[in-house]
Structures are given as C-alpha cells and as structure tokens.
Write a new protein. Structure first.
Ligand code: GNR
Ligand code: NI
Length: 174
C-alpha cells in the first residue's frame, strides 16, 4: 500500500465534481486501500478520492475509535437517497483544511446507496457522526467543503489563512 498526498485548500481540484465509476476492479480496490492507509496515517475518519487529486466517486470512512478494531467502509458511487428533516450539529474538521474547525448543521440521519469493495450494490442507514461524515465526504465528490456553509467573512478568513500557510511552507527549500 502507498500513502498519497492530501490536497489543501485553496486548490482548484478540490472544487471539481467527481465522476462515477463503471465498475470496481483490482485497480479501484488498490486505490481504496491506499486511500484508507492515507486516512489512517493523517489521521482522519473519512477521505474522498478528490482529496488525493483523483476525481472519481470513491469514499473511505472509519469512525471507530479503537485502534485494534478497525471498521473501514469503502463506498463507491455513493448516493444519498434520504435526508431527515431533523438536523444535528457537529464540530467538523477536514484534512484539506488543516487546523480549521467549525460547527456545521446537517440532516441528522441519511440513507445511502453505494457499491461496496466487492462491487455489490448496498444500502446503509446512518445517524450520528457516521451520517455527518458521509455527508461531508459526498460533498467533497461534488466540490463542496464545509467552509462553504459558513458566512462569506468566516470562509474568506480561513482561505486567506490557509493560503498564507501554503506560501510560507513553499518558501522552505529542502
Ligand atoms: O477526520 C475528519 N473528521 C471529521 C470530523 C467531523 C466531521 C467530518 C469529519 S471528516 C474529516 C476527514 C476529512 O477531511 N474527510 O473529508
Ligand atoms: Ni474533508
């Protein structure tokens, strides 16, 4: 397995819409394993292919806390087929927005249709953190970041800060 580089906002690739896959083949499975390793290493609880610069509709998630009992989810072509009217608020972070956190309100429950690691069509009912994480990741596939739900002022402040961090890190010559 190989870990990949995670793109940081502002990056135009993070704003692109990803395309669905025709099938889950060995190359897809290799990519999903690399995504999972990249996510665990970061560490994060979810990762969209968009974040490593691959514009395909693939997500990996593992919200388990226990390091020993890993429960990875591989989601190909995820489609949210139900969103609850009631909402919940979570403090969200994003590996593409390092050091930035904000409370985001989203539908509390969602139902998902997707293709699993073995290429089978499945459905999943999610609530709590898993529901939030799924919605956060599906947003990535559509070029949306959680800062898009904040006021223009807050969003622009975060983007400015990240750009500054990027420029200063680029000045360091190894
Ligand atoms: O690691 C992550 N934590 C997190 C916390 C609350 C809501 C969403 C997330 S996803 C994030 C990893 C990430 O950036 N996925 O795209
Ligand atoms: Ni994210």
């Amino acid at each position: 397995m190989t870990t990949r580089k995670i793109l940081i906002e502002p990056d135009p690739i993070l704003r692109k819409k990803s395309s669905p896959l025709q099938k889950v083949d060995d190359q897809t499975r290799k990519l999903m394993k690399d995504m999972l390793e990249t996510m665990y290493k970061a560490p994060g609880i979810g990762l969209a292919a968009t974040q490593i610069g691959i514009l395909k509709r693939i997500i990996v998630i593992d919200i388990s806390k226990n390091e020993e009992k890993k429960t990875p989810l591989f989601l190909v072509n995820p489609e949210i087929i139900f969103r609850s009217k009631n909402t919940s608020v979570y403090e969200e972070g994003c590996l593409s927005l390092p050091g930035q956190f904000a409370e985001i309100e989203r539908p509390a429950e969602c139902h998902l249709k997707y293709i699993n690691f073995d290429g089978k069509t499945k459905e999943l009912k999610a609530d709590g953190l898993l529901s939030t994480c799924i919605q956060h990741e599906v947003d990535h596939l559509n070029g949306i970041l959680f800062i898009d739900y904040l006021s223009k002022l807050k969003k622009n402040m975060i983007i400015k800060k990240l750009l500054k961090q990027k420029k200063s890190s680029q000045r360091i010559v190894v």
